[in-house]
Design a binder for this molecule. Structure first.
Ligand code: FAD
Length: 191
């Protein structure tokens, strides 16, 4: 799914919020859906005008969350702070690609069921809800082409790479060449 899906979730704009701040389903700002730079803008706004309304009865964002301003480099975010959408994403991709890298070369029925169950729950429980909704939508594409490919490590690793590339495209990031997923996440780069 593309960025338009995220906009669908956030159809009602809230002009009072800084650009890129995504609200949770309870109407409060969702930190794990928002970049650190937008979060800082929100904090500054709240300090400057404590009466500013940062909560809403409907699920909104000030604008397309994918158009968030550039995030400060990870080193400028203290390591003991709660994650923003990017830190959460990086850690999660590390987990997901590592799960693919350690998946059996040929998975039996139980292993396939376990991983399929994990991905289904993961796509419902991921703490950035806009990310989770789009990810679920992508997996459930009516063509059936995006269903997890769980027969063995190679096809699962490739599928995970394609899933990640879908998000990369949505965010305007360069696509990763999936021929190299195993070097990146399993064997290390050939010198
Ligand atoms: P990341 O995209 O986190 O990638 C980490 C590393 O993985 C890269 O440095 C690269 O070495 C490697 N890599 C990159 N692409 C691939 C690939 N295709 N296959 C294998 N390895 C690769 N953020 C949002 O703002 N909006 C969203 O809707 C959103 N949805 C997300 C959905 C999911 C399921 C997940 C896990 C994350 C989502 N994110 C979303 C976070 C986003 O994908 C990034 O993690 C975040 O923007 C940080 O990006 P990054 O440039 O540091 O690298």
């Amino acid at each position: 799914s593309g960025s338009s899906d995220s906009q669908d979730h956030n159809a009602t704009g809230n002009a009072q919020l800084p650009k890129g701040v995504v609200l949770d389903k309870d109407g409060k700002p969702c930190r794990t859906c928002t970049s650190m730079s937008s979060w800082r803008a929100l904090t500054k706004q709240a300090q400057a005008d404590p009466s500013a309304n940062t909560s809403s009865s409907s699920t909104t964002t000030s604008t397309n969350p994918l158009a968030a301003p550039a995030t400060p480099s990870p080193s400028s975010i203290p390591s003991d702070c709660p994650p923003d959408v990017e830190a959460l994403g990086r850690s999660t991709w590390t987990l997901l690609h590592s799960m693919a890298a350690t998946y059996p070369e040929k998975a039996d029925t139980k292993q396939q069921e376990d991983m399929g169950g994990f991905l289904k729950l993961f796509s419902r429980l991921y703490p950035c809800w806009v990310c989770a909704d789009d990810f679920q939508g992508w997996m459930a594409h009516p063509s059936g082409n995006n269903r997890p490919k769980l027969g063995g490590r190679k096809e699962f690793g490739w599928w995970m790479c394609e899933a990640h590339n879908e998000v990369n495209r949505k965010l305007g990031k360069p696509e990763f060449d999936c021929r190299f997923w195993e070097e990146r996440w399993r064997s290390g780069w050939k010198d």
